[in-house]
Design a protein around this ligand. Structure first.
Ligand SMILES: *Cc1c(COP(=O)(O)O)cnc(C)c1O
Length: 335
């Protein structure tokens, strides 16, 4: 059984899966001219678990399992101020009885509520000590100083590593189980790609089932060549942890960076449109700078190659959470 491949890796339970898969009937009706019969589903990884939920919990389960096995006393995280990863690290530390030190910096041009609300506010509520850093270059110094004689576990940027990718390899197997229950097969699984371990894990997990080129990533951080190289390296290393047999190659990694806009952490008109579209048709929340960009990318792909041929595709979009960041981007949302 594939699940036993995960047994060597200790896991801290932060999250009660499986997360639901839901079909978006109202959105399908609204998008009928572009969908032309394709069915649209979402995987609700924005639900469940602690800390407000989100995709980072799947990754943190394996990182925190490792941290506890190493006897860590303090979790150290660095990232931009509206980091979902940092917020959920703080919640995980609270749940597991560890201290948490966060070093967070503002992105260029950020001001107002972005500096204090959303994820920063929640990180503080979970009891993390938050220090504001001038920029990313201060991160190594912060990590070195944060331990203060305690046994520390520094989290990788974005909580991405081969070990954390196991969380999304497991999600791929979970999706395959749900396909059986739903009586369908997905032709495309779509996810935002930031620090890349989520897409990499999905690729590694589906490869265990002999399913290749299924995952479409939309980069919100690096340009496509860099994101592809990072994702390939992480997918291979994760697949090796699972003792997968078939080699993962560059053709398994599909990433589009056209929806990234002016850069990481900045909204685009298309991402805001996607966010409003899901909110108003389905009552679902995308986050402004990850999943909204990926959903905008999916819409752009659907608009490409317009024609009359029906599509008999089942599309699965992974809702990755990050809704607290909405409150950090209130003015950008124009509401
Ligand atoms: C981190 C994050 C992602 C991207 O996951 P990576 O593993 O970093 O590529 C997508 N959506 C949300 C809401 C996130 O917080």
């Amino acid at each position: 059984m594939p699940a036993t491949r995960f047994d060597p890796y200790p896991r801290a339970r932060l999250f009660d899966g499986p997360t639901p898969i839901q079909r978006l009937h109202r959105l399908e009706a609204a998008l009928e001219p572009v969908l032309r019969g394709a069915k649209l589903f979402v995987k609700r990884d924005d639900l469940g678990g602690i800390g407000g939920g989100g995709s980072k919990l799947r990754k943190l389960e394996f990182l925190l399992g490792d941290a506890l096995a190493q006897g860590a006393e303090v979790l150290v995280g660095v990232g931009p101020l509206q980091s979902n990863s940092a917020r959920l690290a703080a919640a995980a530390a609270a749940r597991l009885g560890l201290a948490c030190e966060l070093g967070l910096w503002p992105l260029e041009g950020q001001a107002g509520e972005t500096l204090v609300s959303g994820n920063v506010l929640l990180g503080r509520l979970f009891g993390a000590r938050v220090q504001t850093l001038p920029d990313a270059s201060a991160a190594p110094g912060f990590i070195a100083a944060a331990a203060q004689g305690r046994r520390s576990y520094p989290l990788p940027p974005g909580a991405s590593s081969p070990l954390s990718a196991l969380g999304y390899a497991d999600c791929a197997l979970e999706i395959a189980d749900q396909e059986h229950a739903l009586g369908l097969r997905f032709d495309r699984v779509v996810i935002a790609n930031g620090s890349s371990a989520s897409q990499a894990g999905l690729v590694a997990g589906f490869a265990l089932l002999g399913r290749r080129r299924l995952v479409q990533g939309f980069s919100v951080l690096a340009d496509a060549p860099v994101a592809e190289a990072n994702t390939l390296a992480l997918a291979r290393a994760c697949h090796a942890l699972l003792r997968g047999e078939d080699e993962i190659t560059a053709v398994d990694i599909r990433i589009d960076d056209a929806c990234r806009g002016p850069g990481y952490g900045r909204t685009t008109p298309e991402s805001l449109d996607a966010l409003h579209l899901l909110a108003r048709h389905e009552g679902l929340l995308l986050d402004p700078v990850y999943s909204a960009k990926a959903f905008a990318g999916l819409l752009a792909h659907l608009h490409e190659g317009e024609g009359t041929r029906p599509r008999n595709e089942n599309l699965l979009f992974v809702m990755t959470g990050g809704t607290p960041a909405l409150f950090g981007y209130q003015s950008a949302l124009g509401t």
